[in-house]
Design a protein around this ligand. Structure first.
Ligand SMILES: [Zn+2]
Length: 130
């Protein structure tokens, strides 16, 4: 994806409005592109750096985890916007990994449910004709 496309998605990324796939591409691009990382940093400076309201980042990020909220507030308080970007990327990656694991797990559990149903049907059929 091109930088222009990525930079258009910054606000959606911030508000967690990107699809899983777009979010992954966004993060992958940021890993290698310094320009877009800087662009994200500028976004945070403009959007949250110029306000005294410390509640804003907590509300916006929508994370339930207290540890994450505290760390975010701490970084904003110190005006460490590079730190905000790095921490946000780290958290988003963990979120994606978690979702992927859940998807994988639910696929397996569906397969297991199917297998049990088939075995039950076979068992019932066998019992019936014995
Ligand atoms: Zn870029």
């Amino acid at each position: 994806m091109e930088c222009k496309e990525i930079q258009k998605q910054i606000e959606d990324f911030d508000f967690s409005r990107l699809s899983l796939k777009d979010n992954e591409e966004f993060l992958r691009h940021l890993e290698t592109c310094k320009d877009c990382r800087e662009e994200l940093e500028i976004y945070y400076i403009v959007k949250y750096g110029l306000t005294d309201d410390k509640i804003i980042p907590n509300q916006v990020f929508g994370y339930d985890d207290k540890e994450v909220k505290d760390e975010m507030s701490h970084l904003f308080d110190r005006l460490d916007f590079e730190g905000v970007v790095n921490y946000r990327i780290k958290i988003e990656k963990e979120k994606i990994d978690k979702i992927k694991r859940l998807i994988k797990y639910s696929k397996y559990s569906l397969l297991a449910t199917d297998a049990i149903m088939i075995l039950t049907i076979i068992a019932l059929t066998v019992i019936k004709y014995l």
